[in-house]
Design a protein around this ligand. Structure first.
Ligand code: ARG
Length: 465
């Protein structure tokens, strides 16, 4: 019988059922983790008195050979290789003979796959940290290069108040910092060892699970074997972090798509990061950004799909759980391209300060005008109404706020004086937003430094790991 579980079956599996049941097409990505887990298990079996040291040595050497065959591409799949665990054990036994059949003592694919998958997620979280950190670095560089460059700020996509490019660029740095925290939490959640839970009830051999955890780099041992084989919270945590990252990339993309349009023209995408039209020769399309925005949909879908798979399951393993891996692999691959592409796009982005300056019109300073009256003693609500009248008057006359004369202003409020002209100065307006987190030069410098420190700290944590 070539199937791991063929003993009690009188008939061959229907070929479509075999195909339907098989996960080798995707879980082969876990081969390294599977072999690493098996090596620790073989050592654990020695400690439990199940394997002689020499037998374990043979098995471990055999496993390393299987690993090498996978790495150099010489591994050939057999028709009955249902999943990565089956394939590795089958090949191991071909290499080392009957002793290979001792490896699965006291273990099940249920605790095995959970172990492999957790190891994979722990590693994947490290890579996410690196990709996110690289994009954060690109945003910091962009912010620093044009920290105080004035541009219009928007709410509801309407001119609101002046801000600076540096402030804007850093507004996309912090969401990524939160994403990194989420991946760190997902990694910590994954770091609980299921191996030793066996099929569901716990292994019947006295394997030292603390030793296994230590050998495989887990920080804890699962406290309940039934939960251990079915807990996929860590996978959902990973997908949530990925969905949030996708959402943040999508928001950044959306804004840059607008900024690169002819109507805004605040930025020009580098030729290497945009594409053309097969019909219209003049087109330079932000396909990269649109794809990034689009891919956030599949990242959200991956999370929703897994949650729906999990919600009906009792504790312990059910085959539904085989559906857990592909959404994470897909999320990982998707972000593994989207993040580096976005970092490159930001690093090569051309800014057009003259286009930003052209949009810095006086209505952006209406709040400052209200604040002027407040400083002269008028309650803000009343000042808001007064400036509303000024805006209305300017609109009726078809002129900018600055073109309303002092006499006209004084008809609206006696508090207006000669000094009102000082309000119409973008530099002053920026400098006024001086509270922590504001767009003024001094808090911006502090913010930039804080971002740099945080990035540096996270890189150090990464290096220690
Ligand atoms: N390929 C399976 C999975 O990914 C491995 C565990 C199979 N366990 C079982 N009892 N059929 O979940």
């Amino acid at each position: 019988m070539s199937k791991l579980w063929g003993g009690r079956f009188a008939k061959k599996t229907d070929s479509l059922v075999h195909q339907f049941n098989a996960s080798i097409g995707f879980d082969v990505r876990l081969v390294d983790e599977d072999i690493t887990g098996s090596i620790a298990w073989a050592q654990g079996l020695v400690g439990a008195g199940v394997l002689m040291a020499a037998e374990a040595e043979t098995i471990i050497a055999g496993l390393e050979r299987v690993r090498a065959e996978f790495a150099d591409g010489s591994f050939t799949l057999a028709a009955d290789d249902e999943d990565v665990h089956t394939a590795v054990e089958r090949r191991l036994t071909e290499i080392v003979g009957a002793v290979g059949g001792k490896l699965h003592t006291g273990r099940s694919r249920n605790d095995q796959v959970a172990t492999d998958f957790r190891l994979w997620v722990m590693q994947a979280c490290d890579e996410m940290q690196a990709w996110l950190g690289d994009l954060q670095g690109a945003l910091i560089a962009s912010a620093e290069a044009n920290l105080h460059l004035p541009m219009p700020g928007y709410t509801h996509l309407q001119h609101a108040q002046p801000i600076t490019w540096g402030h804007w660029a850093l507004s996309h740095f912090w969401p990524l910092a939160r994403d990194r925290k989420r991946f760190m939490q997902a990694q910590a959640g994954a770091s609980v060892l299921p191996l030793g839970a066996a099929a569901l009830a716990g292994t019947a051999f006295p394997v030292d699970r603390a030793f296994l955890a230590e050998a495989l780099g887990f920080t804890a041992v699962s406290p309940n074997s039934l939960d251990a084989v079915s807990d996929r919270d860590f996978a959902a945590d990973f997908l949530y972090a990925a969905a949030m990252t996708g959402l943040h990339l999508s928001r950044l993309s959306e804004q840059l798509i607008l900024f690169s349009s002819r109507e805004f023209g605040f930025v020009r995408l580098d030729d290497g990061y945009s594409t053309g039209s097969s019909l219209m020769p003049q087109k330079k399309n932000p396909d990269t950004l649109e794809l990034t925005r689009g891919k956030s949909g599949r990242l959200i879908g991956n999370l929703m799909g897994l949650l729906a798979t999990l919600k009906g399951l009792p504790s312990t393993y059910d085959k539904d759980l085989q559906e857990d891996k592909e959404p994470l692999f897909d999320a990982f691959d998707t972000l593994g391209l989207a993040l580096p592409v976005m970092a490159g796009l930001i690093r090569t982005l051309h800014l057009r300060p003259e286009r930003m300056a052209a949009q810095l019109e006086p209505s952006l300073l209406a709040t400052d005008l209200a604040d002027y009256l407040v400083k002269k003693g008028m309650p803000f609500r009343q000042a808001h109404g007064a400036i509303g009248q000024v805006v209305q008057l300017a609109e009726e006359k078809g002129v900018d706020l600055t073109a309303v004369s002092l006499t006209e202003l004084q008809e609206i409020s006696k508090l207006f004086g000669e000094d009102v002209t000082a309000v119409f100065d973008m530099t002053n307006a920026l400098a006024n937003r001086a509270a922590v987190g504001g767009t003024a030069p001094s808090p911006l410098k502090t913010q930039l430094q804080k971002a740099k420190n945080q990035l540096g700290k996270q890189e150090n944590i990464g290096a220690l790991r």
